[in-house]
Design a protein around this ligand. Structure first.
Ligand code: COA
Length: 382
């Protein structure tokens, strides 16, 4: 049989192509199901913490009490970053996007732990703990640098999300804010073979170290087609400006064939289960701290969207409500995607460990469309 006949077809964007076998996460887009290691996301959002969820993603099982305590202690003892990294962040341009700064800082972290993780199983785990712990410290320092403020030293008496808010603002967060960020991080921690997780697996497959793998994944997450939609939902809600105007704005936008930000998903054709959980969280935050016009606008947009786009299987995705919640928490817009990143890193590292257990370097083929045997025309004759 000719090579042409046996060659698999080219699939743009690898849509639907199975590029990995994994036990880390599971998505059923028709029925709105997302599971981490077989456990439904709703249960984790309700009952777990980011630390426990990260353990689940890394180790494949829920920790026993002493295992959880050990993991939490390990993260705490890894929170402080080397002073040289803080000096490097201080030298970054203040107005650079924090996503680029975070990607750079994680790559730089690898400079201090050269080649760790690739071949030794224990080193891989040590690196995974270090990255999950230190990426939060790095992002807080980057955020404060943007405000011209000094970094805040991490505290060891606070859970991961609460400590991040402490390092961000220099004050202990209210319990509702700490819990809200914790749940949002659980909801963002894993989502199977999305572009950034796939990037992480591809880089890992070369036996590059986990710092390089996670840094590359963050570069992928920063793109507007992937992690950036939550910022754009807020732009849209601000443009609408008033809940009473939401319906007309929406109908006008549909008429003009505009994409409504925060709606629709490549995998989900029902409301994203994470959007349900985030909305529940939003309601709790707004009940305690007072609602905002932007949330009221979002609710109006969702109503009219259900009527007009629901029949096409287009519903709110994870980004639809997250921005309104973060904004209410006093978090600036440019940090939304990097905060997504410091949560998703748990998923990246779960996939990294899995990839390394049974690794084969990724090396797909291409369909060559160019000429053959082309002449080399000397410079003077071109
Ligand atoms: N608003 C209005 N119409 C939408 C829509 C949206 N947010 N999302 C999809 N559609 C419509 C398309 O116009 C298209 O209509 P048509 O068949 O009449 O041409 C149809 O639904 C299919 O859309 P398509 O873009 O091919 O779906 P996709 O699976 O390639 O894209 C997204 C998925 C997420 C990229 C897309 O829904 C989108 O751009 N959403 C807004 C951005 C966003 O929130 N991204 C974050 C995702 S987590």
């Amino acid at each position: 049989m000719s090579e042409q006949a046996t060659r698999p077809p080219f699939v743009p964007g690898l849509a639907g192509v199975i590029a990995a076998q994994s036990r880390v996460g599971f998505v059923d887009g028709e029925n709105g199901i997302l599971e981490y290691r077989g456990i439904r996301i709703e249960k984790l959002a309700e009952r777990s913490t980011f630390e426990e969820t990260a353990y689940l993603l890394l180790y494949g099982k829920l920790p026993k009490r002493d295992e959880l305590r050990g993991f939490e202690e390990s993260l705490k003892s890894n929170r402080e970053v080397r002073p040289e990294l803080l000096e490097m962040i201080a030298a970054f341009p203040r107005d650079g996007h924090p996503m680029a700064a975070l990607q750079t800082a994680v790559a730089a972290l690898g400079l201090y732990y050269p080649r760790t993780g690739a071949t030794d199983v224990n080193e891989r785990i040590v690196s995974a703990h270090r990255i999950i712990a230190q990426i939060a410290t790095l992002l807080a320092a980057i955020a404060r640098r943007r405000q011209g403020l000094e970094p805040v030293t991490p505290r060891n008496d606070l859970p991961h999300a609460a400590n991040f808010l402490w390092m961000l603002n220099g004050e202990e967060p209210a319990a509702i804010l700490a819990r809200t960020l914790d749940v949002a991080m659980v909801l963002h921690a894993e989502h199977t073979q999305n572009a950034s997780t796939f990037t992480c697996r591809v880089v890992s497959s070369t036996e590059a170290d986990p710092y390089a793998s996670v840094s590359a994944a963050l570069g992928s997450l920063g793109g507007p087609l992937h992690g950036g939609a939550n910022e754009r939902v807020l732009d849209m809600l601000e443009e609408i400006g008033d809940a009473a105007k939401a319906k007309n704005w929406f109908l006008d936008a549909l008429e003009k064939k505009k994409k409504i930000m925060g709606l629709g998903h490549r995998v989900y054709h029902v409301k994203d289960p994470r959007a349900f959980a985030l909305q529940k969280l939003a309601v709790e935050v707004f009940e305690e701290l007072g609602s905002t016009e932007l949330y009221d606008i979002a609710v109006e947009v969702e109503k009219i969207a259900a009527e007009k786009l629901g029949p096409k299987g287009i519903f709110p995705n994870v980004d639809f409500f997250s921005g309104t919640v973060y904004l209410k928490m006093g978090i600036e817009r440019a940090l939304f995607t990097p905060i997504f990143g410091i949560a998703r890193v748990a998923g990246y590292l779960g996939h990294y460990l899995e990839q390394m257990e049974d690794n084969r370097i990724f090396r797909p083929r291409q369909e060559y469309l160019g000429p053959h045997d082309a002449p080399y025309v000397p410079l003077g004759e071109r």
